[in-house]
Design a protein around this ligand. Structure first.
Ligand code: FRU
Length: 495
């Protein structure tokens, strides 16, 4: 199907109920459909929005284009959860139905104010010459999930930024509201994070750009997000076009972070000792991660598993992308950790212990049929090397291959080149991380049909990625030239 501009921006009311039902059915019956992750009911999902805790529940929204696998007219789709694992679909919430968001209710955040959830987001508008106009909009959601938009935009675009000015995060600090907004500087066309301050959410003062790095941050920063992790300020952002000499990355656009010492809001200064931003995830497909501080003192993050400007095989089935699981953030000894939330363990069924066989004859089958929805925990001893295969066929010529060494030159490589339908080959089919030499390696792998999330060494690294394997390829195996010592457990994951 060709996605003309006209079709992408067709009003929601002009799509028929049959068309929508048909799209929902296509998504549901896909072999690649996820079973325990948030996925689009139909069409395309992108950024997480408005991740928050309100009215006794976690609330999450995502950017949605319900009518196909295209970045068309966006709205916010709403979900709620008690435990960050079981999500209830609440339907479309913020729709592109005013002059200010006529061409998309773009990304934003949520903040509890009184007994309402205040949403702040970007309205995308195109004029008759198809020129972009950006507005930072406010809306209130009451306890019955009714949403009322403010009549006028909250923040006018300052002249020193281009129309690429979006994705506000509303934060309250010392009785003041702050909005951090992704931006492109008008003069230099470089990526910036704008900071605004307000006492009452009505009058806003431009505090300029957040000073957090001496490097140029590409040509545009999307989805900036400040969160306090174990009291340490962490800045998460997507610097599009970042020079790879600053921090190397392989994905089309990076999702990075910096750990700070202090956030001086009034001086627009993020004080940090970290010289360069780091990749938040070392896999293939994480973008637009949004994190927030929950009332229980924890910091939670969730990511879009998908990238802008990349085609995925399910486009042919008219749906695309999914959310990561929620990750609990911690900082230990100056390192950011991302971990599964405890409630993920409530999905575990039928734990199977996996044992080492003393002599590995080319490879050891851990499970001939591991299913397509499972968690695998493996602990591998120091000074060994080998390969783990999953979503594999019988002779392992097809599958995801994870090579690792826990010797002097310790590393872990994910190779998705033989997994199934090829996609985004342009940005490479392997991803490698370095590991500490001569240390045990622990892998906590979550597989959900076409999504893999690996938490390495208790979340010191995460590697998240999609793959599109034939559904009969469910073998799990391990291989090594020598002896391999490990212990492990496999659980079926069911909602
Ligand atoms: C990031 C992004 C945001 C924008 C939204 C539109 O993926 O481009 O900057 O608000 O998606 O869907």
């Amino acid at each position: 199907m060709e996605w003309t501009t006209e079709k992408r921006y067709k009003k929601y009311s002009e799509w028929t109920a049959e068309e929508l039902l048909d799209l929902q059915a296509q998504a549901t019956k896909s072999d690649y459909q996820l079973s325990y992750h948030v996925r689009p009911q139909s069409g395309l999902l992108n950024d997480p929005n408005g991740f928050s805790y309100f009215n006794g529940e976690y609330n999450l929204f995502y950017q949605a284009f319900p009518f196909g696998a295209a970045h068309g007219l966006k709205s916010w789709f709403h979900l709620t959860s008690k435990d960050l694992v079981h999500w209830k679909n609440m339907g479309l919430a913020v729709k592109p139905d005013t002059k200010f968001d006529s061409h998309g209710a773009y990304s934003g955040s949520a903040h509890v104010i009184g007994d309402e959830l205040f949403l702040m987001y970007t309205g995308n508008h195109r004029d008759e010459n198809w020129e972009r106009h950006t507005y930072q909009i406010g809306a209130k959601m009451d306890k019955n999930y009714n949403i009322t938009k403010l009549e006028k935009p909250m923040i006018e675009k300052p002249d020193h930024v281009t129309e690429h000015f979006r994705d506000p995060q509303l934060i309250k600090f010392n009785d003041m509201y702050y909005a951090i907004i992704g931006a492109q500087d008008a003069k230099t066309k470089t990526g910036k994070i704008s900071l605004f301050r307000s006492k009452d959410l009505k009058k806003w003062q431009d505090l300029g750009y957040v000073d957090f790095s001496n490097d140029e941050m590409g040509y545009m920063i999307e989805c900036p997000n400040l969160v306090f992790v174990d009291e340490i300020p962490v800045l998460i952002f997507c610097p599009q076009g970042l020079d790879k000499n600053i921090t190397n990355y392989q994905n089309i656009y990076p999702n990075m972070y910096m750990l700070g010492e202090q956030m001086r809001f009034n001086k627009a200064k993020f004080i940090t000792n970290q010289e360069k931003p780091l990749n938040l995830d070392d896999g293939f497909d994480v973008y637009a991660t949004q994190a927030f501080n929950a009332p229980n003192g924890k910091a939670y993050a969730i990511s879009w598993v998908g990238l802008p400007d990349i085609s995925y095989p399910t486009d042919a089935e008219n749906w695309a992308n999914c959310m990561s699981q929620v990750k609990e953030l911690h900082v230990k000894e100056g390192v950011l950790y991302q971990q599964p939330v405890p409630a993920m363990a409530s999905l575990r069924k039928n734990g199977t212990p996996l044992r080492v066989e003393k002599t590995l004859d080319t490879h050891q089958t851990l499970m001939q049929d591991a299913s397509q929805n499972y968690e695998l925990k493996l602990d591998i001893e120091a000074n060994q090397e080998g390969e783990l295969y999953f979503a594999a066929n019988n002779n392992l010529s097809a599958g995801i291959k994870i090579s690792f060494s826990t010797k002097d030159d310790a590393y872990l490589t994910v190779n998705r080149s033989q997994a199934g339908i090829a996609f985004d080959q342009e940005h490479g089919e392997t991803r490698t991380i370095k590991l500490d030499a001569n240390q045990r390696l622990s892998i906590d792998l979550f597989v959900d049909h076409s999504l893999a999330e690996m938490f390495i060494n208790n979340g010191k690294n995460t590697m998240t990625f999609r793959y599109f394997a034939p559904k009969e390829n469910t073998k799990l195996a391990i291989a090594s030239d020598g002896e391999l010592n490990f212990t492990g457990t496999h659980w079926i994951m069911e909602k």
